[in-house]
Design a protein around this ligand. Structure first.
Ligand code: SAH
Ligand code: SF4
Length: 375
């Protein structure tokens, strides 16, 4: 059966479809293909989600689409505002359309984070509900993998947050695939969403302003390297030796550091681009000066920079690093000519910071958090 075929129980979600898919869908309805282009433009360039208001489509077509299709955005369940201005969105996802990427379409909850800055905003989105990778320092891991998100659910997070914040938007939007989940283990859906985000005729985000972060799924990085349209790449290194990485990231047994650095060495960077390595600093575990020296050696031959992320506390047996160790670590890298930056995560007080996006509303008492408006 054509994946876009009409089924009244399960209307086709127009969101998350590529331009080609929307064009074929229109043709399958006996309409000219360019109608698909008009819908694509309305959804992503104009960010309009009401079929009835798409007045460049003939009225009978709008009526038919109203019956046979839908524009299903994630629903905002709650918003929490951090004292630093970041806003954590808890989003409810319906049972997903069944597809190859999502064999079991059960309802799920995910999070997106809006981070306003002076001249831009950054939106952090999830690619899976939960995560199977099992990094020991990350709260998302405690959920296990609930399910893959669809392309509609991934791009829909950006659309919902932009719509909700429309009055406060700055000219530039950055998108980071750094919320719940491992994007390269939901490759098709994540990349379909990324293509829409980066399409100049779609959401028109420039590739410099979009970053995909991976725990180091080597076959996924190899595949990404061959993409014509791709975001910047960030890799969660998080350790200075295999022994250390094995202890906190079991994925390292499958894709150890040398394999990871090998694929990085062959990665086709664009002239303006560098690789980013994320390094979560776990107090007393991987934040010693020797670690910094080992990290400098590992990345010495790559065009790379390092983002040092002080660990955000959760209900896990790790420690936050102290400020002197963080600064000493950064300085060692800088002295060895490795650009290094300390990135304090935003939104800690509302559990919106890196690795904290696992607070399941049903499981945890969130009453102490600053909810700005029940939705
Ligand atoms: N799964 C992908 C992207 C989501 S995690 C990945 O692992 O890269 C985004 C970043 O948050 C990763 O660099 C991860 O190492 C980091 N992270 C996870 N838990 C954290 C925590 N408690 N404190 C700080 N950073 C954390
Ligand atoms: Fe998954 Fe990334 Fe958390 Fe590891 S750090 S468990 S890959 S979300």
């Amino acid at each position: 059966m054509n994946m876009l075929a009409h089924d009244s129980q399960n209307p086709v979600n127009l969101l998350g479809k590529s331009l080609d898919e929307l064009r074929s869908f229109m043709q399958s309805l006996g309409e000219p293909a360019y109608r698909g282009g008009q819908i694509y433009h309305a959804l992503y360039a104009e960010r309009r989600f009401d079929l009835a208001a798409m007045t460049n489509l003939p009225a009978p077509l709008r009526e038919r689409l109203g019956r046979e299709s839908a524009i299903q955005l994630p629903a905002v369940r709650r918003r929490y505002e951090s004292s630093d201005g970041a806003i954590r969105y808890v989003l409810a996802l319906n049972a997903a359309e069944k597809s190859a990427a999502v064999p079991i379409g059960k309802p799920a909850t995910v999070e997106a984070v809006f981070m306003p800055e002076q001249n831009r905003q950054t939106i952090c989105i999830s690619t899976q509900a939960g995560c199977a990778v099992d990094c020991h320092f990350c709260l998302t891991a405690t959920l296990g993998l609930i399910r893959n998100l669809t392309a509609a659910e991934i791009v829909g997070q950006v659309l919902v947050v932009l719509a909700d914040q429309h009055a406060a938007l700055k000219p530039q939007t950055n998108v980071v695939l750094m919320g719940q989940g491992e994007p390269l283990l939901n490759y098709e859906a994540a990349m379909t969403a990324v293509r829409i985000l980066l399409d100049p005729n779609g959401m028109a985000i420039t590739p410099k302003h979009a970053t995909l972060s991976t725990s180091g799924i080597v076959p996924g990085i190899e595949r990404l390297a061959k993409e014509r349209v791709r975001p910047k790449l960030a890799i969660s290194l998080n350790a200075s030796s295999n022994e250390q990485r094995d202890a906190i990231m079991p994925i390292n047994r499958k894709y150890p550091i040398e394999m990871l650095l090998d694929v990085c060495a062959g990665y086709p960077l664009r002239p303006w681009e560098h690789l980013t390595f994320e390094y979560v600093l776990l107090g007393g575990f991987n934040d010693a000066p020797e670690d910094a020296r080992r990290v400098a050696k590992l990345v010495a031959n790559l065009r790379a920079k390092i983002n040092l992320i002080p660990w955000n506390p959760g209900d896990l047996p790790y420690e936050e690093p102290n400020t002197e160790r963080i600064e000493a670590f950064r300085q060692i890298l800088t002295e060895k000519n490795i650009p290094a930056f300390v990135r304090y995560s935003r939104g800690q007080d509302v559990m919106a910071a890196c690795g904290q996006l696992a607070v399941l509303e049903s499981k945890r008492d969130t009453s102490g958090l600053a909810q700005i408006s029940p939705v």
